[in-house]
Design a protein around this ligand. Structure first.
Ligand SMILES: [Zn+2]
Length: 123
């Protein structure tokens, strides 16, 4: 079952998350605290929402592989946001579930296609 289409607020969240990941990968972590989530603190997002978003980002930062391949995938994911293709599986073209994108916003395939690619050794 495909996930729901992302709304502009969700896309902005993922954009923010991807830029945070990119900053970490580029060793730009010193600038993070002032820039990350400053938008949220100005808006009317509840503390609870910000908290859950923060933990998702922290989790994805833990999972980051620090290599050039990941940097490229994150930059490609950022390009897909204005193109309207962010979160769309590159294989079957269904909407990737939000739960997967939270942990891996640079994912290019849905979980089903990712699994079959891994089973085929085509990963
Ligand atoms: Zn797919």
């Amino acid at each position: 079952m495909p996930g729901k289409k992302l709304n502009p607020e969700e896309l902005a969240e993922f954009d923010n998350q991807l830029r945070t990941m990119l900053a970490v990968l580029n060793g730009d972590i010193k600038n993070l605290e002032s820039e990350t989530f400053s938008e949220n603190s100005r808006s009317n997002v509840s503390a609870e929402d910000v908290g859950s978003e923060l933990s998702a980002v922290e989790l994805s930062l833990d999972l980051l592989e620090r290599d050039e391949n990941t940097v490229r995938e994150i930059m490609e994911a950022l390009d897909r946001i204005p193109a309207g293709l962010f979160g769309v599986c590159s294989v079957c073209e269904t909407q990737i579930k939000k739960t997967r994108l939270k942990y891996m916003p640079h994912a290019r395939n849905c979980i089903e296609c990712q699994r079959s690619a891994e089973e085929n050794g085509d990963f």
